[in-house]
Design a protein around this ligand. Sequence first.
Ligand code: HAM
Length: 422
Amino acid sequence: MRYQAPKGVSEYFPPRSQSFEWIRETLLTPIRQAGYQLLELPIFEDTELFARGVGASTDVVNKEMYTFEDRGGRSITLRPEGTVGALRSVIEHGLDRGSLPAKFFYSGQFFRAERPQAGRYRQFYSVGIEAIGSDDPALDAEVIAIAYSGFRALGLKAFHLEITSLGDKASRAAHRIDLVKFISALDLDKSTIDRAEINPLRLFDDKRAEIKELMLQAPILLDYLSPESLANFEQVQGFLNTLEIPFRINPRMVRGLDYYTGTTFEFVHEMLGAQSGIGGGGRYDGLMEEIGGRDITGIGFGLGIDRALLAAEAEGVVDTSVFLTDLLVIPMGGDAKSFAMRLARDLRPYNLTVEISFGDRSVKSAMKAADKGGVKYVIVIGDAELSSGLVEIKQMSTGTLTSSTLTSLVETLIETLSATIR
Ligand code: HAM
């Protein structure tokens, strides 16, 4: 029997797993720098939580959840997204009791039983943030700016930011009346009508060409914004301009989750085909309360690591140089091996990556492996070096040799290696 990974999951192994790690760490850096703190969350939650939080009209809840019964007969679902679980944790542990906004990040795998295709997986990876308890429009802009800095730090250029506002309750209520009127005049099948009844905005998200065509005439929420919502949306745009973050207003944007209100946004990459959303998010007034918390607002995003990697590969900007091995030590003989192991132990605390060639390979075969790339410097230590007290440090890219005494080797290497790297 040859086992294979389940259909549609993304899986990363060397060398590409380094690119994956680089994406994740690069996206997390601006998040940490803005003071967000880690939430390490369960992969599964009570099914009811997602059904309530993500929303009954969404594809995610209707068709895509990995739901099963656990041994105690409880209905469990693998998390299809991060926001609802994060808020459950905030409510359960009272994390919204301190100074607000409370700011959290998380990273890991998420599960949606979608039809697999390039950039769309049944298990995918994402990093997300949630800022809870402040309705300051500057916070909306900062959340967007954090995602933007992450994508820019990857070196991505072929992407753009789309934003819209889903307004406050009054705006959505006013729009809903006209939208429902518009939809009820259309000739639609039963299941579409049912969907529209739960959330008429869902029809903007319909993939069928004929529905798309019909919806071109539909009333747009942006035209129904209350004066407060409009002022708020304008302030968010003002802050984005201050930060020199280019954006387009897309009044027809519909995110696949029901909880959004107010500012809503998406980062779209231009070289990925159909699965072009590399990140997105927005505000969610009412969600905390919906799942049993206080009536406070929040805003956050999720960034797709798999898709950001595809985007970075498409743009040719993947940079895994931080993962290069600084030094490979090739020991010849038992005494040399002990010396090599001590040397590695002494150098690694200096943030240097040091590998030892194990298994008593010949110098030739060990050098060949180093030559294939991934190694910056090599030293060979045998009886001759141990008795002369001198060793040569070879820089692989240039072939340059530098001599050092064994007694000053640690200092020499720290100096040589630190100077060439970071
Ligand atoms: P989302 O847009 O559903 O938002 O997912 C976030 C990102 O995850 C997407 O932009 C996309 O890059 C990636 N993604 C989603 N589904 C897949 C898939 N099947 N395969 C590969 N990548 C995928 C959320 O999940 C919200 N929780 C974001 C948020 C946080 N809103 C407020 N706070």
